[in-house]
Ligand binder design. Structure first.
Ligand SMILES: [Zn+2]
Length: 250
């Protein structure tokens, strides 16, 4: 088997899921496919949504691992789905059947996969995670733990708040300058204000860590401009649900 055939074969057993806000049980302001248990939604509705998601992909809810996301940059290595909820903002696994989930409403959900080493990962990158280079941390763990090479890693950057809607203040601007000057170009002046392009910033960090642009697949839609389709924290002034992106090895 040549390497091209092998790669194509492996790619077919790595699956990515992306939900939006439609088709669930939750009532306003969480209508309707809210997957977050931490946003004061009625818990039975959230659990029904998670069950519906599992059913949609022929999976069991017990296979899913959700994080207790804390806007940090730590990466958990997951060996099995045992009901544990790790406190972290990224997860990596090599175990088939374990569905790694990231939940967002404006922050950037990112899936990373290495078809040749059979390793998958998710990351949650709001401005704090972005500036603390959580994506670089994930790449390092994939390399250190599993020997993944950057040229083999495929990246999907999911829907998030666009630069059009993401005006930021001094705290973000100063943090970029102090902690992550390589993404200063993602700070965009708009009149007297400054906007931050989270997609561009994460893309830049990935490229600086050896990822070729043609390995990065990006959703362009702004969730704040399209809050009828996606949950957006800013569009809803904080009271809203969470949509999810996930990845698993079959
Ligand atoms: Zn927008």
């Amino acid at each position: 088997m040549n390497s091209t055939t092998q790669s194509a074969h492996h790619e077919s057993n790595i699956h990515i899921l992306l939900t939006n806000r439609n088709g669930g049980f939750s009532q306003a302001p969480y209508h309707s496919m809210n997957l977050g248990t931490h946003v004061n939604d009625h818990l039975p509705h959230v659990l029904s949504n998670r069950q519906a998601l599992a059913n949609r992909y022929g999976l069991r809810v017990e296979q899913f691992v959700y994080m207790n996301q804390v806007h940090g940059n730590s990466v958990a290595v997951i060996e099995k789905a045992d009901g544990t909820i790790p406190q972290c903002d990224a997860m990596v696994t090599q175990t088939p059947g374990v569905v790694l989930m990231v939940l967002v409403a404006d922050c950037v959900p990112i899936v990373l996969s290495d078809p040749s080493r059979q390793v998958v990962a998710v990351a949650h990158a709001g401005w704090r995670g972005t500036v603390s280079k959580i994506t670089a941390n994930v790449l390092n763990v994939m390399n250190d733990m599993y020997g993944c090479q950057s040229q083999d890693i495929q990246i999907t950057i999911g829907p998030a708040i666009g630069r059009c809607c993401y005006q930021v203040g001094h705290e973000v601007i100063e943090s970029v300058h102090q902690n992550c000057p390589e993404v200063i170009s993602a700070l965009i002046p708009q009149g007297d204000a400054t906007h931050f392009d989270l997609h561009a910033a994460n893309r830049q960090i990935l490229i600086e860590n050896g990822i070729n642009p043609n390995q990065i697949h990006q959703h362009q839609q702004c969730v704040c401009c399209h809050s009828e389709q996606w949950f957006s924290y800013r569009a809803s002034r904080g009271r809203t649900g969470r949509f999810g992106m996930g990845v698993w090895i079959q």
